[in-house]
Design a protein around this ligand. Structure first.
Ligand SMILES: Nc1nc2c(ncn2[C@@H]2O[C@H](COP(=O)(O)OP(=O)(O)OP(=O)(O)O)[C@@H](O)[C@H]2O)c(=O)[nH]1
Length: 411
């Protein structure tokens, strides 16, 4: 059946030439792949961990934007049911896989991590490095164990980077030699002290001195607005004395950082009332250390879609949402003692049937937007002029002023 694959109209000598061409293209591709393997070796997989809101997504986005010639694959693990972090890095990564609704470090051996790594590090994907962004409640030691166990033949462990939130970490926190915080930091190949712009030089110097004493010789870098040099992540030096061994990793199997954390995911198709929303973001649900997601408000002449981040007391509201965010509002709240009452608080923010919010209702919300991103307020149509003195209710108190100052400093 020699003639079965004949292409009509193509002469025998031409067919031979085509076959030869096909063989040589395949051979050259195999050679290139082999050379690439020799030159680059297995793809480094860097794990990025840190407490809730420490700035992991901010660092990942910075690295993605500043690694022009490096193709980076990202595994994002968001603890809530809504994949907020995945959306925030989507479009920047060369390849993104995300797992939400649980923590990768406690994933039973269902092959999910192995599958993610296999896809990202397959030679045909052409990925140079993989970043694994842990959820904010992950135990870094356990996550590293999971990654190391599941690397596969195309990948190698590229180091553990642990972020330390300068703003929400005191020297006392670092003083507890047996505490979870130091245990995570001890496992780190690189410690990044984040949010340096939010603390004074004295606090930063004290934190660094404590880190030096607790982790002698450990590389520590300071980042403002997530500005970590990508070369630090992909070219980490591994001192054999400090490299995490499987023994270190297994020592922590029973302790888990995030057991006491809970997350609440909430969605609403109905727009939110801006004044009640501002109150909720300011001090509602105080047990939610971390709040993030995408919001919809409805005031004529004002942007409707917003992205929100709250870490501790700091709220940052920015206009717009990433492509792919669903309509309406989706929020994730994370905190140690979150209970069902959070849903009641959240439901109270939704516009009631027939209720309309106007420009005056934006007052409290506007404060939460960094000044350079504030859209102009729509002009109020004053149908029913208020009595003199009514405006006093809207005056910000001193604490609100302080928070506004903080936001302005954060830029
Ligand atoms: N001022 C300042 N803000 C920062 C810095 N890094 C992060 N942020 C802000 O802190 C908030 C949380 O940052 P993320 O990068 O989402 O933190 P995360 O660690 O990924 O958060 P989780 O995934 O919830 O644990 C956002 O509002 C960031 O803009 C920083 O260096 N300086």
């Amino acid at each position: 059946m020699r003639g079965a694959g004949r292409v009509p109209g193509v002469r025998v000598d031409e067919r031979r030439a085509l076959r030869h061409l096909g063989r040589s293209v395949r051979a050259r591709a195999a050679q290139a792949e082999e050379a690439r393997g020799r030159l680059i070796g297995p793809v480094p997989v860097v794990v990025l961990a840190g407490s809730l809101g420490a700035g992991k997504t901010t660092v990942v986005n910075h690295v993605l934007r500043n690694s022009a010639d490096t193709r980076i694959g990202v595994i994002v693990n968001d603890f809530g049911d809504i994949d907020v972090d995945g959306l925030l890095v989507a479009g920047q990564a060369d390849m993104l896989v995300s797992a939400s609704g649980g923590c990768l470090c406690c994933a039973t051996d269902d092959g999910m991590v192995a599958d993610f790594l296999r896809r990202l590090t397959a030679p045909r994907a052409g990925i140079d490095a993989v970043l694994v962004e842990a959820s904010g409640v992950a135990d870094p030691v356990q996550l590293v164990q999971r990654v190391v166990d599941d690397l596969g033949r195309n990948a190698r462990f590229g180091g553990l980077v642990v972020l330390l939130d300068a703003e929400h970490t005191s020297t006392d926190d670092l003083g507890d030699a047996d505490g979870q915080l130091l245990r995570g930091l001890r496992a780190a190949d690189l410690v990044v002290v984040t949010k340096a712009d939010r603390v004074d030089e004295g606090h930063l110097a004290r934190l660094r001195a404590h880190l030096r004493a607790a982790l002698p010789g450990r590389p520590v870098t300071v980042a403002r607005s997530g500005a970590v040099d990508p070369a630090l992540l992909f070219d980490l030096r591994h001192d054999p004395d400090r490299q995490l061994t499987l023994g270190d990793v297994r020592a922590g199997e029973n302790a888990h950082l995030h057991t006491p954390f809970r997350s609440v995911s909430w969605t609403s198709e109905t727009a939110l009332h801006p004044r009640r929303l501002a109150r909720l973001l300011d001090d509602g649900v105080p047990e939610a250390f971390r709040v993030k997601g995408f919001l919809t408000i409805a005031v004529d002449g004002y942007p409707t879609r917003w992205t929100v981040h709250r870490v501790g007391r700091h709220v940052r509201l920015t206009p717009g949402v990433p492509a792919g965010a669903r309509r309406g509002t989706e929020l994730v709240l994370i905190g140690p003692e979150l209970g069902g009452s959070a849903y009641d608080e959240l439901s109270g923010v939704v516009l009631a049937p027939g209720e309309v919010a106007g420009p005056d209702d934006l007052w409290g919300l506007e404060r939460l937007v960094p000044p350079h991103l504030r859209p102009p307020l729509p002009v109020a149509v004053d149908e029913d002029p208020a009595e003199p003195g009514d405006a006093a209710d809207d005056e910000p108190n001193d604490e609100q002023d302080d928070e506004q100052d903080d936001e302005e400093r954060a830029g």
